[in-house]
Each structure stands twice: as structure tokens, then as C-alpha cells.
Design a protein. Structure first.
Length: 430
């Protein structure tokens, strides 16, 4: 226990010194394991971790889903999703904000990245809201929060990485994310309705669309529906694996971008470079987390902590609830993926030892990551909005997002208390 606690303290100390967390975890894991186990086996272990991670077939799903999301963003499907949602509910007070949430949910079903969803919807949804007279705190807050749906509604990069690290079925994790994702969207829309009720001037109503305009807008989203049915339907139906589904989805998104004549050679190169850069960042964090996990597991801390908690006689749900509080607090000061990979080696054995389903815990993990992505002062989505929406100060974005943080906290509590919400759909899978 002592060695592991010193390792965690060293990681946090390096993070406070502004050392990137991937380097901090990797360095502490390597040095710690070397001091405990000896340098020759530690170097062999590090080489094996790097090799296994880089050449793991299951991990190829990560760059493929990232590539799929980048192609979808360039194909203009986000504009059509927003236009369709706006056609049906844009005439309501706060209708454009509600449409933003629905468009984010739809885009998240073919993207898998929170940052990409927030960045895309900032370009699509913010100008119409600004033109109609929406308050900046509401328009930026709803885009930042809606962007987090990209990692809950499958496909989800976080769920893929969690599934690989914990050896949990990715297909079941994807199925488990559907209903909680819809719950999160509903809670965000309730937050919009509450803001519109408290501050009517912040969320004016738009013009009502005719039924002909609505059906025309609905017809334009056939590409999104086809991609979702093709990828997720194939995975849920057992037609192909998550990795094969990612490849099919990336190919389909590429075909749509070509058919819409949105691709040039320069844009294709940009998409490939962006996808490679994002993949490299994720793999660097993942490899570092694997090295740190090897060190933590060698200290026997996870097993000792699990045995200690089981002997305390605490209610199992209270233990998991305490973990969620720790995650929410960590999310305000740490990058979310690093936070999850840093704590999984300690928390996951405890959750399994208490008899909980790892699929359900994976959904809880994504929910706390969602909260962290929009929690000041280091929420990544907030800084994405600040960079893309000119003229809106960061403090204004902070002001608008806290209602949505509360909405996601309510969703977290519901999923924590009502486990069948996450486990019902996976129960139909083999």
C-alpha cells in the first residue's frame, strides 16, 4: 500500500509541475516497478506493453471511430441533424437550444468523440442562436454540455478503451450506453426549459416550420440513420465485431463525404493528420496507464484495498457512490481519460469484488467523464468553445454550463440507483 500511495503522490506532484499526465504516469510506473522488481524485467515489461498496445487488433477500433467522426464532420451531416431538429421544435421557447441537444445526440451516434461533437456543433448551432438573440451563456453552455453526448451514445471512444482495459464486452458497453445517453439528453433539455422559464429573454422562440419543411428536413438525415443502423445494428445483431463495425463505419462516412463532394486532397490529408494526432495522444495515455497499472498491481494495493473494504461491511452501493464523488472532484482538476485510466486499476477490482456488473460501472465511468468535460476550471469542452466562439469570455461559458453539470449529476444518480437502465439492452445480447 505504501509504495502505491507514494506512486500516486508522485504522479499528482508531476502533474502540478505541468508535466503531461501521460509522461507522469509512464515515468512513475516505470521507475516504481524498476525499484520494486528490478530493471531487466521492468524494461522487458515496458517493451511488451508498448508492443502489445500498438499491435492490438481490438485497439484498431479507436483510430477507425476517430476517422469516422472526422469524415462525418466534414460531410455536413451535423448541419442536417440540426436543421431537422430545429424544424420540429425550433418554434418553442428555447427551441434552438433543444434542437442543439438533439443534434448532438444524433451526431454522437456516428462520432464517438465529445470534443469533436462540441467543436462541430459550435460551428453549426451557435450562429443561428446568436442571430435569434440567445444569451451567450445559454448557447455556449448547451453546446458544451451537448457535446458530451458524443462519448455516451455509442460508438464511444471512452467505452472502447474501458472495455479493452477491463476486458469487458465492447458490444454490451455500447448497448448499455443507449438509454443513459437518452436520459442525459432529456436532463439537458429540462435544464434548457428551466433556463427559458427563469430568463425568457435568454431563449426566444423561433419561427414555426410547415409540415412540408419538416418532412424535407427529416428526409435529409437519411445518411445519419443509415450509418447508425449499419454500424450499431450490425454490432448489436452480432453480424460483425466492434472493430469490423468501426471499419465499415469509417468506410461509409468516407463514401458519404465523397458523394457530397466535400473532400479535396488537401482536406483528406488534414482529416488523416488530425485522426493520427488524436490516435497518438490516446495511445500515449493508454500505454502510460498500462505501465502505471503494472506498478500498482505489483504492489498488491488493489487486492488489499478490496479486501479491506469488503471487511468493513459498508453497503456496496455506498462504496460505488463514494467512488463517483471522487471521480467528479477529480474531474474538476484532471484530464478525464487520464483520470479514468489512473484509477481503474484500483477501483475496478473493488467494484467487481462487490458483485456489480462491469458494464454498469463502465456507464457510470462515462457519466463522470461527461461531468468532468464541462466542469470548471479544466473542462476540455469549455476551452474548445472558448477557442471557436469568438467574443464570448470564458467566464460567461462557465456561467452557462453549471446548470448542465447539475443535470448530468442527476442523471448519474439515476443510473447509480436504477441499474436496469444500463443493463436492460445488454441483456438481449449473447
Amino acid at each position: 500500500m505504501t509504495e502505491a500511495l507514494l506512486g500516486f503522490a508522485a504522479v499528482f506532484a508531476l502533474a502540478l509541475l505541468r508535466v503531461p499526465l501521460a509522461f507522469a504516469m509512464g515515468l512513475v510506473g516505470f521507475v516504481g516497478l524498476g525499484l520494486l522488481r528490478g530493471w531487466p524485467p521492468t524494461m522487458a515489461n515496458a517493451a511488451q506493453v508498448v508492443y502489445d498496445t500498438g499491435f492490438a487488433y481490438t485497439l484498431s477500433v479507436v483510430p477507425l471511430f476517430i476517422l469516422m467522426g472526422n469524415f462525418v464532420a466534414r460531410a455536413g451531416l451535423a448541419h442536417e441533424l440540426f436543421r431537422a431538429a430545429n424544424a420540429f421544435i425550433g418554434h418553442l421557447r428555447g427551441g434552438l437550444a433543444h434542437a442543439t441537444v438533439l443534434a448532438c445526440a444524433g451526431f454522437g451516434a456516428i462520432c464517438g468523440s465529445s470534443i469533436a461533437t462540441a467543436a462541430t456543433m459550435a460551428k453549426v448551432a451557435y450562429p443561428p442562436m446568436k442571430k435569434l438573440g440567445y444569451a451567450d451563456y445559454l448557447s455556449t453552455g448547451v453546446i458544451a454540455a451537448g457535446g458530451t453526448l458524443g462519448i455516451m451514445i455509442p460508438p464511444s471512444t471512452i467505452l472502447v478503451i474501458y472495455g479493452i482495459v477491463t476486458e469487458t464486452s465492447i458490444g454490451k458497453l455500447f448497448a448499455a450506453g443507449v438509454l443513459p445517453g437518452l436520459l442525459c439528453a432529456a436532463m439537458m433539455m429540462l435544464a434548457v426549459a428551466w433556463i427559458a422559464w427563469r430568463d425568457p429573454a435568454a431563449a426566444p422562440a423561433g419561427e414555426r416550420s410547415s409540415w412540408r419543411e419538416r418532412w424535407l428536413a427529416l428526409r435529409d438525415i437519411w445518411g445519419v440513420a443509415l450509418l447508425v443502423l449499419l454500424v450499431l445494428g450490425g454490432i448489436y445483431g452480432g453480424v460483425f465485431t466492434a472493430t469490423e463495425g468501426a471499419g465499415i463505419g469509417a468506410s461509409g462516412a468516407f463514401a458519404f463525404a465523397l458523394l457530397r463532394r466535400r473532400l479535396t486532397w488537401a482536406l483528406l490529408a488534414q482529416i488523416l493528420v488530425e485522426s493520427a494526432r488524436t490516435t497518438a495522444m490516446l495511445f500515449a495515455i493508454l500505454i502510460a496507464a498500462m505501465l502505471f497499472s503494472s506498478f500498482v498491481n505489483f504492489t498488491t494495493m488493489p487486492g488489499d484495498l478490496k479486501d479491506w473494504i469488503l471487511h468493513q461491511g459498508l453497503p456496496p452501493l455506498a462504496v460505488v457512490g463514494a467512488m463517483m464523488v471522487i471521480y467528479v472532484l477529480l474531474g474538476t482538476i484532471m484530464e478525464e481519460l487520464s483520470m479514468v485510466l489512473l484509477t481503474i486499476p484500483v477501483f475496478f477490482p473493488i467494484v467487481v469484488g462487490l458483485g456489480f456488473d462491469p458494464v454498469w460501472f463502465g456507464v457510470l465511468i462515462v457519466l463522470v467523464v461527461q461531468i468532468g468535460l464541462i466542469s470548471p476550471p479544466v473542462g476540455m469542452n469549455l476551452f474548445v468553445l472558448n477557442a471557436l466562439v469568438k467574443g464570448v469570455p470564458l467566464v460567461q461559458i462557465f456561467r452557462g454550463v453549471w446548470r448542465f453539470v447539475l443535470a448530468l449529476c442527476v442523471a448519474l444518480f439515476v443510473v447509480l440507483e436504477v441499474q436496469p437502465l444500463a443493463l436492460w439492452l445488454p441483456g438481449f445480447m449473447r
